[in-house]
Design a protein around this ligand. Structure first.
Ligand code: AHM
Ligand code: MG
Length: 336
């Protein structure tokens, strides 16, 4: 049945803004720019098999990973959309080595910076598995009348003004938080608008899903191995064994666990001493959402949102999930 009476993302953003009489509307405009770019990226992903956008650019990105055509396409669309309106003075992206400074629009200096993974899980693009965009927004700390500086991007996650993701899945959703809970919006492709479909998302306190790439098991720290064993042990009164679910596409794994309850783990290993995920545009925005939804997020010893970043592309071990499972994990890590 068609829904024409729902709240659109645009209406929701304006309603949230009106709760703050001093708000200038710049963050609202920024969020609108993100949703506009998301719709363009979504359209391209949906027709990926019939247009020439599948496959590799045959070049490596700054991470030394093969850049897919859609990685590049998404990066360009988000960059254009964010540069166009003037609220943003700079962008850092998984696809760019350094941050990009935007020129002021109408001489108005942008007061926000955005960090983005334009298309996460890109190894899944060619096989029609859900992928996502992850974004993080900070108020700049450098003087307003100059260009963006590195210090604007290297802020701890607790300073995020807003964060969110877009999941390009069986339906396309935009999930975000400005620090007042988490709300999810589903794209109605026939109307071209996102509608509020998941108000006030809360992760279940207990969940029964653990998500980890178990192929790397031999490499995991002892505490993580013990926690996996705990998840697999029989304990009907505690609902164990838990189910193992791992897509290998961070946004999809996170989204499922957020709704159903669960824990996501990307631990350090011998070859990746800091794990694989990037602190600034993968771990931190998801940690912000997780805490806003009532869950916990840590690097194994420190809450992710408290970490002081050193470099744009730094990696971090990352554990995100339901409160009960996270407390079990942290206890196991300390005891190991
Ligand atoms: P990407 O940013 O290059 O796409 O890599 C990040 C992806 C995440 O989506 C996913 O959670 C993780 O890498 C999977 O890694 P692995 O294949 O090692 O399990
Ligand atoms: Mg990524």
């Amino acid at each position: 049945m068609e829904c024409v009476a729902g709240t659109t993302l645009g209406e929701f953003i304006i309603r949230q803004q009106s709760a703050f009489p001093d708000a200038t509307g710049e963050l609202s405009t920024l969020l609108s720019s993100l949703q506009r770019a998301a719709r363009v990226v979504n359209r391209e992903i949906n027709r990926a098999g019939i247009s020439d956008v599948l496959g590799s650019m045959e070049q490596l990105n700054v991470q030394g990973e093969e850049q897919q055509k859609l990685d590049w396409f998404a990066n360009e669309r988000f960059k254009e959309a964010l540069a166009a309106r003037g609220e943003v003075c700079g962008l850092a992206s998984e696809e760019e080595e350094g941050f990009v400074s935007f020129s002021p629009v109408n001489t108005r200096p942008g007061k926000y910076v955005v960090l983005i993974d334009p298309l996460d899980g890109s190894s899944n693009i060619d096989v029609n598995i859900s992928i996502g965009t992850i974004f993080s927004i900070y108020r700049r700390v450098s003087p307003l009348d100059g260009p963006a500086q590195l210090e604007d991007f290297l802020q701890p996650g607790c300073k995020q003004v807003a964060a969110g993701y877009i999941i390009y899945g069986s339906s396309t959703m935009l999930v975000y938080s400005t620090g007042q809970g988490v709300n999810g919006f589903t794209l109605d492709p026939s109307l071209g608008s996102f509608f509020l479909s998941h108000p006030n998302m809360r992760i279940p306190e207990r969940g029964r899903i653990y998500s980890i790439n178990e192929g790397n098991y031999q490499d995991f720290p002892t505490g993580v191995k013990r926690f996996i064993k705990h998840c697999q042990e029989d304990s009907p009164e505690q609902g164990r064994p838990y189910s193992s679910r791992y897509i290998g596409s961070l946004v999809a794994d996170f989204h499922r666990n957020l709704i159903k309850g669960g824990i996501y783990l990307y631990p350090p290993g011998t070859n990746l001493p800091d794990g694989k995920l990037r602190l600034l545009y993968e771990a931190n925005p998801l940690a912000f959402l997780m805490e806003q939804a009532g869950g916990l997020a840590t690097d194994g010893s420190t809450p992710l949102l408290q970490l002081q970043p050193r470099t744009l592309h730094q990696r971090t071990p990352c554990y995100l999930g339901s409160r009960y499972l996270m407390l079990q994990l942290m206890k196991t890590l300390v005891e190991a």
